[in-house]
Design a protein around this ligand. Structure first.
Ligand code: HEM
Length: 529
């Protein structure tokens, strides 16, 4: 038998990988003993595994279809195994490999052996509330509003926010009452741009242009997303409409997809393959940006290289069985709340306007509220952008008093403060204290002076990691504990996703213009200007 080469070798490998994943999923489904535990202890729902299996069968069908069409004459015919449930051109065909992959998953833990910290919630409310230790307005000099500038550009935390929306959505009420083991994640724990693609052209047709379904539909002038007659955004994740910056990045991603479609057509890619190929292309470039542009800025290039080379130590879900650890969702990746400025300039020379209420979203984008992305990202040919806020354990006034449109009606006005919510979430999901995690990771815990605040039994993880960033990351990046959690989770998610570039083709490099290892977010955004 001859050995496949080039594209055939790649498809052959891909088919092998998908078959292995499928065998794993089938084994997972038959392991009924895994589901005899009380429901609150399940990490996975049997229905999720079934959905994963359907997704993998679809992917396998698509690989076989592509392989069949590109297989050299005389090669083995695609085998008939019932994995293709409909013809590839049928509009509801599961052969569409890149439609919504799986359903909701549960959360898990990175450090299951550590005890919960359990701080008195009244202390958390005092610390996170108006005038508390997490309120930046208490210490910021009003004559020097840029006095807490970090080194990084102001747009990066907003990219982080979109990454958060892509992988985690815990919709349980802030008051607690849901067992952490029973919390559901409404997003798939994959860096798969579900925030823009949602259920794809088949399941979410309102996202796409009826006249050209391979492309996203944009708002009337191309700067906004499509909205219904009541102004509600028709997008993959409603949270991306929360403020002007998330919306602008969302639109930039839609436009990037549409540009890739144009490029594929110009390169003669058959129309039937254009949408799926564009989605895979944008997805891979996004994943690349997370690993090679976003993460090095946030945790330092050395740690990224180390985790890539040596693998993850604390977060290693088996392929196809990823989950989001609560230490990540309810502490480490909420770092970004500490990088949000109170006010932003939208255009060169324009006034700085408060994030809330001025830049609140959830309605059509007003004509005088357009953002020049060069004001928040350092783009080639433009002066340096505004900087993000320094990480120091404090949140800008806009976040200490969130608008009701963001929080919904709250029983307790304290829940308007994002710092209170961050601290309470960590408590209701029973996170360990920062010092305990640091000791487990063999990192010297922060001193009382560095923390600037004594907590009765240990420091809530979210606050601890922000103070760690202040003292061990110069206020510009996460420290050793926060950085390790974030790097391992994001890289671990990619490794656990059988369709990510790190799983399928670890030596893949960007292919879009400005291609190569130096490709970054600016290259994706710049043409959107
Ligand atoms: C203006 C900017 C932002 C606003 C208004 C905002 C608001 C919120 C709100 C209201 C929640 C839910 C709080 C709760 O009930 O527990 C939340 C959760 C979260 N935020 Fe933000 N956020 C912002 C920026 C960011 C940034 C920059 C990041 C990261 C870089 C981030 C990461 C997260 C994460 C990881 C969660 C938990 C999500 C989940 O598991 O459901 N956010 N944010």
């Amino acid at each position: 038998m001859s050995t496949p080469t080039g594209d055939h070798a790649f498809l052959h490998d891909l088919e092998g990988t998908v078959r292995e994943e499928l065998a794993l999923a089938e084994r997972g489904r038959s392991a009924e003993e895994a589901f005899t535990a009380p429901i609150a202890e399940w990490l996975f729902d049997p229905a999720d595994i079934e959905r994963e299996e359907i997704g993998l069968r679809s992917l396998l069908g698509a690989v076989e279809a592509v392989e069949g069409s590109s297989r050299p004459a005389g090669g083995a015919p695609p085998d008939a195994r019932g994995s293709r449930v409909a013809a590839p051109d049928h509009c509801l065909s599961l052969v569409r490999a890149v439609d919504r992959p799986t359903g909701a998953a549960r959360y898990g833990r990175m450090f299951p052996d550590l005890d919960p910290l359990a701080t008195d919630p009244r202390l958390l409310v005092r610390a996170g509330g108006d005038g508390g230790i997490c309120d930046a307005a208490e210490v910021l000099d009003p004559r020097d509003p840029d006095g807490d500038d970090a080194a990084g550009a102001a747009g990066w935390p907003f990219f982080g926010q979109l990454v958060a929306h892509d992988i985690t959505a815990d919709r349980s009420p802030i008051g607690g009452g849901v067992e952490p083991g029973a919390l559901r994640n409404a997003r798939t724990p994959k860096l798969d741009l579900e925030i823009i693609y949602s259920d794809g052209p088949v399941g979410s047709p309102y996202l796409f242009d009826l006249g050209d379904p391979a492309k996203f539909l944009l708002g009337p002038d191309g700067a906004d997303v499509p909205r219904n007659q009541q102004g509600v955004a028709l997008i993959g994740d409603p949270r991306n409409d929360v403020h002007l910056f998330a919306l602008a990045l969302h639109v930039a991603l839609l436009r990037a997809h549409n540009r890739i479609v144009d490029r594929l057509r110009a390169n003669g890619v058959p129309e039937a393959e254009v949408f799926d190929t564009a989605r895979v292309t944008l997805g891979r470039h996004y994943q690349w940006i997370v690993v090679h542009d976003f993460l090095p800025r946030l945790v330092g290039a050395d740690l990224v290289e180390q985790v890539l080379a040596e693998g993850c130590r604390w977060f290693r879900p088996p392929p196809g069985q990823a989950y989001i650890p609560l230490e990540f969702a309810d502490a480490a990746f909420r770092y970004g709340h500490g990088q949000i400025r109170h006010a932003y300039r939208l255009v060169a020379g324009g006034p700085a306007v408060p994030l809330f209420p001025d830049l609140l979203g959830f309605g059509p984008l007003p004509a005088d509220r357009r953002l020049d992305l060069a004001q928040v990202f350092d783009l080639p040919g433009h002066p340096p952008a505004q900087r993000a806020k320094r990480l120091d354990g404090r949140l800008a006034a806009s976040l200490i008093g969130l608008p009701e449109q963001v929080t919904g009606t709250v029983d307790d006005t304290a829940h308007r403060s994002l710092a209170v919510r961050d601290l309470l979430r960590g408590d209701t999901t029973r996170l360990p204290g920062g010092e305990a995690v640091a000791r487990l990771l063999d990192v010297a815990p922060l001193t009382a002076d560095e923390l600037g605040q004594r907590w009765p039994h240990g420091t809530p993880l979210w606050f601890y990691l922000l103070k760690e960033a202040e003292h061990r990351g110069d206020g510009d990046r996460l420290g050793p504990v926060g950085g390790r959690i974030v790097a391992e989770v994001l890289i671990g998610l990619l490794r656990a996703d059988p369709a990510s570039y790190l799983s399928l083709q670890p030596d893949w490099e960007p292919t879009l213009p400005a291609a190569g290892r130096s490709f970054g977010l600016a290259d994706l955004l710049a043409p959107a200007q």
